[in-house]
Design a protein around this ligand. Sequence first.
Ligand SMILES: Cc1cc2nc3c(=O)[nH]c(=O)nc-3n(C[C@H](O)[C@H](O)[C@H](O)COP(=O)(O)O)c2cc1C
Length: 357
Amino acid sequence: MSIRSFARRVIPKSLVQFVRGLGARIDRRLLPVFAVTKWTSSLYYLFFNRGFGREHQGVLQGRIAYWRSLHDIAQSCVLLRRNTHRLEKGLIMRPRRPSFAEAYIEETVVCYLRADEAGTVQADEMRWAKDVLDAYFAAVTDTPVIAKVRALYAKAEHRQSQGNPMATSSTPYPQGSLPESPVSTEQLATLFLKRRSTRWYLPKLVPDEKLREAVNLASLAPSACNRQPYEFYVINDAERAGKIAKFAGGTVGFAENIPALIVVVGDLNAYPMERDRHCIYIDGSLAAMQLMLAFETMGLSTCPINWPDVEHRERQMQKELNLKVHQRPIMLLAVGYADPEGGIPFSAKKSDATLVK
Ligand SMILES: Cc1cc2nc3c(=O)[nH]c(=O)nc-3n(C[C@H](O)[C@H](O)[C@H](O)COP(=O)(O)O)c2cc1C
């Protein structure tokens, strides 16, 4: 028995409620005092409230993991992704500057060479980096810095960057070459109206291929500097899905009938500085939205599930999915074939009258 459940048994409920109420009243009195400056706010979170503790540790461990990841290169390299994207943006500038990226071209090429040497990075990512670097060196006028890095790049063996020889180049292209979208606003509105948070499902297995296909569609979502700092932990097993769904508070009453669950996990190892720490939530949520809509087009329904930063829940999830402190669950998604008899809350939406300022 945990200390928590033991305490729950022996301490009278009325006493617990009294102490909680008193604590809440004192807290409310303290807030205006500490909220006056950033510094006093930090004091409050140091001495009276540990609510940000896990995030602080996650951000710091993420920064450590970031620097480590530049040497222990895995399937994807965040610096290579970010800098390749900065280069491709430089290539489309109007007017394009004769020389650009002097501040980061050396670290980009060093990183590319390291990734090529490691041989672990996905072929598409390496090919994108190579194509963009080739286009960059073809476009820029040498300065002393660029000339030095050009010589370094010339030595690259490009072991990993072959990818699919039939694939088109991963360099910038004109907007006009994109395909026309066959989706009308009305069709999109129907899809949006059809996607409703669905909590009752048929006991029917979700095919793995559909889960993978939806993830590939979700991966087309925008992300800051194209880092895509998230992963989808897919649990396609109703029993385990229910167990993990229960870690979140908001699934009481329907966790048991969830056929498949996806935990969207952001990784703070994508950033050397805390200023970007929110990007995992933004990028992860944009991808999660596309994921839900992709499922909808496949006849599958979803329900997003809140993941509040509650210490004992965080520990449960961390243990279950074997997450590092810098890997932060963003939200959970229930996925399955909807029970047509299952109720859908009306959930009235705000309109432009309130939303547009
Ligand atoms: C981030 C997020 C967290 C949510 N968490 C829960 C949850 O824990 N439990 C639940 O039943 N619904 C949850 N929902 C679903 C919302 O209640 C639902 O999206 C909202 O009422 C609007 O209804 P709709 O999704 O059908 O448009 C969540 C939705 C979002 C976007």
